[in-house]
Design a protein around this ligand. Sequence first.
Ligand code: FAD
Length: 490
Amino acid sequence: MSGESIGRVVIVGGGTAGWMAAAAAARFLDDGQRTVTLVESDAIGTVGVGEATIPPIRGFNARLGIDEGEFLRATGGTPKLGIEFVGWTDGGDRYIHPFGTHGRDIEGLNFHQLWLKLRDRDGIGGIDDYAMSAVAARAGRFAPPSPDPRSPLSGLEYAYHFDAGLYAAFLRHRAEAQGAKRVEGRIVGVDHDARGHVAAVRLEGDRRIEGDLFIDCSGFRSLLLGEAMGVAFEDWSHWLPCDRAIAVPTARTEPLLPYTRATAHGAGWQWRIPLQHRTGNGHVYASAFIGDEEAERVLCGNLDAAPTAEPRRLRFTAGRRQRMWAGNVVALGLAGGFLEPLESTSIHLIQAGISKLFGLFPDMRFTDIERDEYNRLMADQYASIRDFIILHYAATRRDDTPFWNYVRTMALPDTLARKIALFREKGRIFRYDDELFAIPSWVAVMVGQGIMPDGYDPVVDALDADKVAGALRQMRANYAAMAQQMPVVR
Ligand code: FAD
């Protein structure tokens, strides 16, 4: 049984979330009867600092029919092969969390288990040496993945760094060309219907916009889901105490590195994101452990070029709304929740929200079945990403500041504690349900942070160890040789 179709989709907010939603809605929901309206206020402005992404962004762009070259030119974009973490384990270390896979499974056995067993033998090297993306990143080189499973390039994956403001403008142009209507104005109130759903938003100047489905992309304020629908915020700052950031762009430097860098400091960490026309930098820190002025000094003392604008300060709280969809309101982006940008996951969460909303698109009855499923799926996504981010802090050995002492000894979510314990035993990792990060990502960060399992999965003893070691040495040589053939990033 189905009900009457939704005719009027209203998107509140024109940041990255709003324009991603509008571009997708204009492309997939426009059946000639449905209208898509986006309301935003230039006077309020956007956050606009999200600049690093993860590989599924390529699928999002492809589904919108976006040409990669055009997109990169429009957004100052560059390729991203992963994230280099500096100083997270004991202060003097560095490792890469690469996109894509490590090595190749042999006879159905997980590559990382084979590596765990043989890692002390001559010529085997670190696990990074088996990730095409990490080997290429270290060499400052890039080439697209190969569809040929025999090529070392088949294990490479990539995403983008881009200017989030330019991306929103690029999507706006496409959305408007496909029929989405933009309304400029500040929302000052919300009208509810008899069911408690949002019936309309009221704008300054006595204007009113009615809708059937409202997508709340209003940023941290969460105008519709939080304020109008009263959905509470679940605070995760006891696990993720960083609550402020200072962002500053600097001039572009050479060579252009095909990865994000995340450098740990005394009470947080600093990002470095290379774009075509500038480098994005920011210090994410915990205000309970460092003052704003000191945090700015740390940032400015660790830049590799001159700033091109004044530093910008931002505040946030880690966590999410208890439900992302209430009544006829679905929140995307910062209106739904925030996880610090350590693994560049916020734009992905917007995209995941859009695709799940379209996959569960309601009709005018707004049944619980679709809503509950959406809320369950999004809650799982948030929790699994949260755990992955916490892992970087919890697995540190740093004891040089009160901040690191706090995160190293804090109580962990049960889900993460179980994952770490399982890995410590025999290096086992399982990917649950709709979890975003795949096994190679968990392995890269666990090993990178210095969690080395006590043993390995005994099933790998079924294979001849000398032969496997020979295969691993060959793989390692192939990745190194392939990287040298790839073009230097420009
Ligand atoms: P906003 O950009 O805040 O947009 C809100 C919109 O709502 C604006 O258009 C505003 O005008 C409108 N609005 C609000 N109130 C009203 C009103 N009353 N009337 C009318 N309009 C209104 N993400 C990543 O994926 N990668 C990263 O590297 C990354 N780095 C980040 C670093 C920091 C320090 C922060 C804080 C975030 C980072 N993010 C990152 C997250 C990313 O910036 C956001 O997910 C993304 O920009 C989406 O923001 P948004 O559209 O939800 O909100």
